[in-house]
Structure formats: C-alpha cells, structure tokens
Design a protein. Structure first.
Length: 231
C-alpha cells in the first residue's frame, strides 16, 4: 500500500513538472523575442540618425514615388527612376539629368540637348563671378544676364555688392533691389549699386531708371536725373 502511494505521488509530481516547464519556456521565448525586437528597433533608429548621404549618391525609386528634396532624376526607365543626390554641392560642380527633373535652388543649365541637361551649381559665388549657360536656364536670384547671343547667356553674380559697384547687362535682365541705371544704350544698360548709401548721398542716373526706396529725384534734366538718398 505504501509503495502504491509513493508511486502515485511521484507520478503526480512528474505530470505537474511536465505541465509547468513548457509554460515557463514559452514565457522566456516571448520575452527574449520582445527584447530582440526592441534592440533591433533601437539599432535601426541609431542607424537612421547617423547615416548621411553625400553629393553624387544614387538610388533607384519607383516612378510613382515623389522625388525627395535635393535629388534629381538622372535616368528614366520604363518602371523606375535613377536619382542622384545633389545636396551639399560646391560651386562649379555639375550633374547630368533627364530633362524632366525638378532642380533645387542655385543650379543653372549649362548644356541642353534633346535628351538631357547638364546643370552647374552656382551657390556660394562671390560678386562678379560669371558663368556661361544655355538660354533656357532659369536665372537664380541675384544673378543678371550680361551677354545674350543666339546660343547662350553669360550670367554674373551681383549679390554682396558694395555701394558704387557697377555692372553692364543685357537690357531685358532682371535686376535685384537697390540698383539704378546710370547709362542706357540701344544694346545694354550700366547699373550701379546704391545700397548702403549715407543720408544725402547723390547719384546721377538715366531717366528710365527704377527709383529704389529711400531715394528721391532732386534734379531732372532732359537727359538724366540726380537722385538723393533721404533714407
């Protein structure tokens, strides 16, 4: 009788252990997977923070995907684009693109064919920097057209000018604020920068000049104006 009781007790213990051990193992496995997933997620966030893209990097994207900022389309395939990163470009760097690509600020078209454009980066230029471009290019802010032929434009950067500096331009160019026309011919204009003038400063201009804010006409003849800065 005693032996039967001991056997029964041992059997019950074995059954109890066999039922409890898988439950703990399952809990451990689940806990370990959660830890791995958390670590993987954390590592992914770290990678995304430290990963940088340098000028010239390329990737393929679906044609239905919007083009990210500072990327241009270099190749058009039947179902995808090859795009190139142009952020961080330096003055004078170039990129060849599809004609339909969006282009970020401060790039000009220097070569235009029926199949592609070559763009040149002009950000970071100093006053007087010049570049020859295709005639279909956009003219960035603070750039003027100094020469226009049947084939190309010559552009000059006039940002950062000091009072009194001059530039000769094509007659149809857009001129930034604080410039006045001092000479006008049938072929060109000569402009003078009048930003930073002191109160009472005078300048002689052509009569077709725009009058910048703060300047007034103090003398007018049949040939010219005298403008005075009143602030």
């Amino acid at each position: 009788m005693l032996k039967k009781s001991m056997v029964s007790a041992l059997g019950l213990l074995v059954v109890t252990m066999s039922l409890s051990i898988p439950t703990k193992a399952t809990e451990l496995t689940t806990s370990s997977q959660e830890t791995l997933l958390q670590n993987h997620s954390t590592d992914s966030r770290k990678v995304s923070r430290v990963t940088s893209v340098n000028f010239g990097a390329t990737r393929q994207i679906s044609k239905s995907t919007p083009i990210p900022p500072d990327w241009v389309i270099t190749t058009v395939m039947s179902d995808y684009y090859v795009i190139q990163y142009v952020g961080g470009a330096k003055l004078g760097q170039t990129v060849q693109t599809a004609r339909t690509t969006p282009i970020p600020k401060d790039w000009v078209i220097t070569v235009a064919t029926s199949d592609f454009f070559v763009w040149t980066y002009v950000g970071g230029a100093s006053f007087g920097y010049t570049i020859q471009t295709a005639k279909i290019t956009q003219v960035p802010e603070n750039w003027v057209i100094t020469l226009a032929t049947s084939d190309f434009y010559q552009l000059k950067y006039v940002g950062g000018a000091s009072f009194g500096q001059t530039v000769q331009t094509a007659k149809f160019t857009r001129i930034p604020a604080n410039w006045v026309i001092t000479q006008a011919t049938s072929d060109f204009f000569v402009w003078q920068y009048v930003g930073g003038a002191s109160y009472g400063t005078t300048v002689q201009t052509a009569k077709i000049t725009p009058i910048p804010p703060g300047w007034v006409i103090t003398t007018a003849t049949s040939d010219f104006y005298i403008l005075t800065y009143r602030g």
